[in-house]
Design a protein around this ligand. Structure first.
Ligand code: RUQ
Ligand code: CUA
Length: 612
């Protein structure tokens, strides 16, 4: 392990930034736009920009629907958002790891069961389930970096239906579903290394970072159980699955097991780690695992035949597979390069016929701080470049033929881009229509709203030779990643009402059941009345309300707010939700509907009388 102290100038030098550029600062975004950038922005702001560039319009007129669903992670808001693309209209927010007092997620008994009291979450990577390399519209999967969880969202209702807590792991990051033949497994990575297990039984290792490990965890998509974990000596960052159902892969860094910034950066070369699924299945079958914290843990450290380590520079970040399934592009982050890995060569390397480094068939120099790569389905890659604040479009074939700068176009963005994603780009049906650049910093691009500024997500027309910005969109904390899915793959699967039988306690008959100290109120909501006008309980009673919405009309939801009791939730057509609380405040407490449902919506209310 390096004992070298972290030196900022050295760090900048490793990035190729010296002199004045180093003084200008690595992390501070540029505020003075180049003439070139100003011209681009001017062009974008003129109505003709889109027409000049292939003719597609981003204007979605009133009453029209967007051609794409965009599924955005919400970062440390803990949610997932649905946007229309290209209108960039925010259509819905799906609370996942967080509380949402609007819908009652985190308040109702049903959602509490999912959250188990933990409502701090950090969603980064949202991906859809696949059949034959394209989305099947069934599930979304999303990670929680903050509390080591992965959640599943069912797309027919667009709501979270499962959350799994993952032991032996920390900093759950890159998460990716199997793409072929269909999503049976979902992989997820730990960006932090920790003692395994990470509990009192292992306290001898708390202060021994050399005995910390990373994990590549495999989940069963249907049950959301943990299939197994593969233990590693590295921090594993982003994840991807191939288009053949053979391999998952992860960028990794810090094989030196450092615990300080200088130490993470010590090695010049890190790895793309590839996981051999057939061998993993065989090892599980043969019982070659240890059970730790109730999970089967396989050893994937150096020397294991379950893993292949392809050297790539340096603290690499994104790993993205080209839509034809041929190449994996590893974005260098601390190296200005992208490493292009030919997936067919991975078979040979696993078979020992070639050295792992021979899997890298190109290493073009893209710019300073390449983070993530996406594809237009026409042979071009587009890479987000953080320090340069650019989106770089480059040609894969030209790179593989040995060109060091296979650039097609460099677009200045505003500012400091993290992820970028093109429409359908993580499927074999990448269509190269729109690109979204998720920029971390907006600086001066919007009205000043205080010290906490929005981010800036720029919509870019991808149909022409050049990338053209057509829209700036502010975003609240802090989307990392997005997928944009063709409307026809989703729309027909999304329901207008629940199935009443979804909830075992759906209410068909209004009743109040008293058992000892428990009061169970089973009640309908039917515009504009609840099933009861009043409910009387005694101070100290444990009260549970089940509320079922009996309105079947599209878009007729009811709210349920109990004054003074910190309770609110929404029930949509044929949905049932419940809440349990102790009636500790005597008095009259009006329960009222919070969701505008009827001309007499304001009259939709009842009394809860807590007697002494
Ligand atoms: S990772 S940019 Cu999760 Cu790039 Cu955020
Ligand atoms: Cu029911 Cu408003």
């Amino acid at each position: 392990m390096s004992k070298k102290r972290f030196n900022r100038r050295d760090f900048l030098k490793t990035l190729g930034i010296t002199g004045a550029a180093a003084g200008a600062g690595l992390v501070l975004p540029r505020t003075i736009l180049s003439e070139h950038a100003q011209k681009q922005i001017f062009e974008a702001s003129t109505a003709h920009a889109a027409e000049k560039n292939g003719g597609q319009s981003y204007d979605v007129k009133p009453g029209q629907l967007d051609p794409y669903y965009g599924f955005w992670s919400g970062g440390h808001s803990g949610e997932v958002r649905i946007m229309g693309v290209p209108s960039m209209r925010q259509l819905h927010r799906i609370p996942v790891f967080c509380m949402d007092v609007g819908s009652g997620y985190g308040i109702t008994n049903e959602s509490k069961k999912l959250l188990k009291g933990t409502f701090v979450g950090d969603t980064h990577h949202v991906h859809g389930s696949y059949v034959n390399g394209t989305y099947d519209g069934k599930w979304l999967f999303v990670n929680d970096k903050g509390n080591n969880r992965v959640a599943r969202i069912r797309m027919d209702y667009m709501e979270t239906d499962a959350i799994v807590n993952i032991p032996n792991a920390q900093g759950m990051h890159g998460t990716f579903p199997q793409r072929y033949p269909k999503t049976e497994w979902v992989v997820t990575n730990t960006e932090f290394q920790v003692p395994v297990p990470n509990d009192a039984s292992n306290k001898a290792n708390f202060n021994k970072p050399q005995n910390y490990y990373g994990m590549h965890t495999i989940l069963d998509a249907a049950t959301m159980g943990i299939v197994c974990q593969i233990m590693l000596d590295e921090n594993v960052d982003l994840a991807a699955c191939d288009y053949q159902g053979k391999y998952s892969m992860s960028t990794s860094y810090n094989p030196e097991k450092g615990v300080t910034l200088a130490e993470y950066l010590a090695a010049d070369s890190d790895y793309l780690i590839v996981f051999h699924w057939e061998r993993i299945r065989a090892a599980l079958k043969a019982g070659k695992y240890k059970t730790i914290s109730g999970v089967r843990v396989l050893d994937g450290r150096k020397g294991s035949d379950l893993t292949l380590r392809i050297p790539v520079p340096k603290n690499p970040h994104g790993i993205n597979i080209s839509p034809d399934g041929k190449y994996g592009v590893c974005s260098g982050k601390v190296s200005p390069t992208c490493s292009v890995v030919e997936l067919a060569k991975i078979d040979e390397a696993f078979a020992g016929k070639i050295k792992p480094e021979k899997c890298v068939v190109a290493q073009p120099e893209i710019g300073l701080g390449p983070l993530h790569t996406t594809f237009d389905g026409r042979g071009n890659a587009i890479t987000s470049v953080f320090i340069d604040s650019t989106n770089v479009k480059w040609n894969l074939d030209r790179a593989v033929k040995g060109e060091k700068k296979p650039h097609v176009h460099v677009l200045d963005i505003s500012y400091q881009v993290g992820h970028i994603m093109a429409t359908m780009a993580e499927t074999k049906e990448a269509d190269g229509k729109w690109l979204v650049s998720l920029n971390k910093i907006s600086k001066d691009r919007f009205l000043n709203v205080g010290p906490l500024k929005p981010e800036n997500e720029q919509l870019i027309d991808l149909t022409g030779e050049k990338l053209v910005i057509v829209k700036d969109e502010p975003a609240y904390i802090e989307p990392h990643d997005v997928i944009m899915v063709r409307r026809d793959l989703v729309e027909s699967k999304v329901k207008h009402r629940y199935n009443m039988a979804d909830h075992p306690m759906a209410v068909h008959k209004n009743e109040i059941v008293r058992k000892g100290n428990d009061v169970i109120v089973r009640m309908t909501a039917n515009a504009p009345v609840y099933g009861f006008q009043e409910v009387k309980v005694k101070k100290g009673n444990k009260v549970t309300f089940y509320v079922t919405n009996h309105d079947e009309i599209t878009d007729l939801s009811h709210g349920f707010n109990i004054s003074n009791y910190n309770v609110n939730f929404v029930v949509s057509p044929y949905q049932t939700k419940s809440v349990t609380f102790t009636a500790d405040k005597p008095g009259v407490h009006w329960i009222y509907c919070t969701n505008f449902c009827h001309a007499l919506h304001l009259e939709m209310r009842m009394r809860l009388i807590v007697e002494v």
